[in-house]
Design a protein around this ligand. Structure first.
Ligand SMILES: Cc1cc2nc3c(=O)[nH]c(=O)nc-3n(C[C@H](O)[C@H](O)[C@H](O)COP(=O)(O)O)c2cc1C
Length: 266
């Protein structure tokens, strides 16, 4: 089964390598045309019924509020991506992460900054910016626009706390990866640079009976499944770049999902 028609494998794979979270924005420098392209992607990239992303404009200043010290303090953004899920659906969190990260990587490809924010944003303010269907909630949000050329003081401080460039060794997130097929190793490498809340990198991958299973470590309550969904999109980009065609299948907790390849030598 090919990927979702809006899944832009080449463009998003390139974006994986350069994406980083940005929290300081220059709204005047933001090209409205790029935001339009992004909104169109968000409106079409909906692989699951229980998750979607929406681009909103003229956001109130109190949408993003740093609550834990400077973590989450966003400045200068006037547009945002809202990551919405159906709170009644058991797999909505990972679907929301997967869908939202597609839109985030499209923003990166367009040269726009983003930063997933699941803690320090106002749920009530965000709910007033979009029409929600019954059961839907805004699970997370991201500022979007032209990021300032230089990192802000807050961002420099924050990078000491959340260490965006730090990633756990591949041996930790994908033990035994040296013996995996190329597509599985490349998937894990792409997942390794995915964003996660407080840079916890809770995802763990294992190769099992020709497929790859992802789950969150026990120490990752709250956003663990959301983080896994984000990493699933990255994994799929890496796996597909090595010719793996397949699909995600839900897995029983504590696992989250399994990448089932359709056809390749195992
Ligand atoms: C689900 C999720 C929630 C996040 N929540 C916040 C947040 O509330 N505040 C914030 O400043 N950053 C937040 N982040 C951004 C992470 O801190 C960031 O992704 C991580 O430090 C890795 O840095 P990088 O994205 O630059 O690679 C979140 C990221 C994810 C994926």
């Amino acid at each position: 089964m090919p990927a979702h028609p809006a899944f832009d494998a080449d463009r998003w794979s390139d974006a994986v390598a350069v994406r980083r979270s940005r929290r300081a924005y220059d709204a005047a420098a933001t090209d409205p045309g790029k935001l339009e392209v992004l909104a169109a992607t968000a409106a079409t990239f909906m692989p699951f019924e229980d998750a979607r992303a929406v681009v909103v404009h003229d956001i109130p200043a109190n949408l993003f509020s740093g609550i834990i010290g400077s973590y989450g303090k966003v400045t200068g953004a006037t547009s945002a991506i809202l990551f919405i899920c159906d709170s009644t659906s058991p797999n909505a969190d990972e679907h929301c992460g997967y869908t939202g990260e597609g839109v985030v990587l499209e923003a990166t490809a367009l040269g726009l900054g983003t930063c997933w924010i699941s803690g320090s944003f106002s749920r009530s303010v965000s709910a007033g910016l979009v029409e929600l269907k019954e059961g839907e909630i805004v699970r997370a949000a991201s500022p979007v626009g032209a990021a300032t050329a230089a990192l802000s003081g807050t961002e420099r401080l924050l990078y000491g706390q959340a260490r965006p460039k730090f990633r756990r060794p591949l041996d930790v997130i994908a033990p035994g990866h040296e013996t995996w097929p190329a597509w599985a190793g490349e998937g894990a490498r792409a997942a390794r640079v995915a964003p996660s809340a407080i840079n916890r990198q809770p995802w763990r991958f294992r190769y099992e009976n020709g497929s790859v299973v992802v789950g969150a470590t026990g120490s990752a309550p709250g956003t663990g499944r959301l983080d896994c969904g984000i990493a699933m999109l990255h994994f799929e980009l890496g796996a597909r770049s090595e010719g793996s065609d397949g699909a995600w299948v839900a897995a029983a907790a504590p696992d989250v999902a399994r990448w089932e390849p359709f056809s390749q030598a195992l």
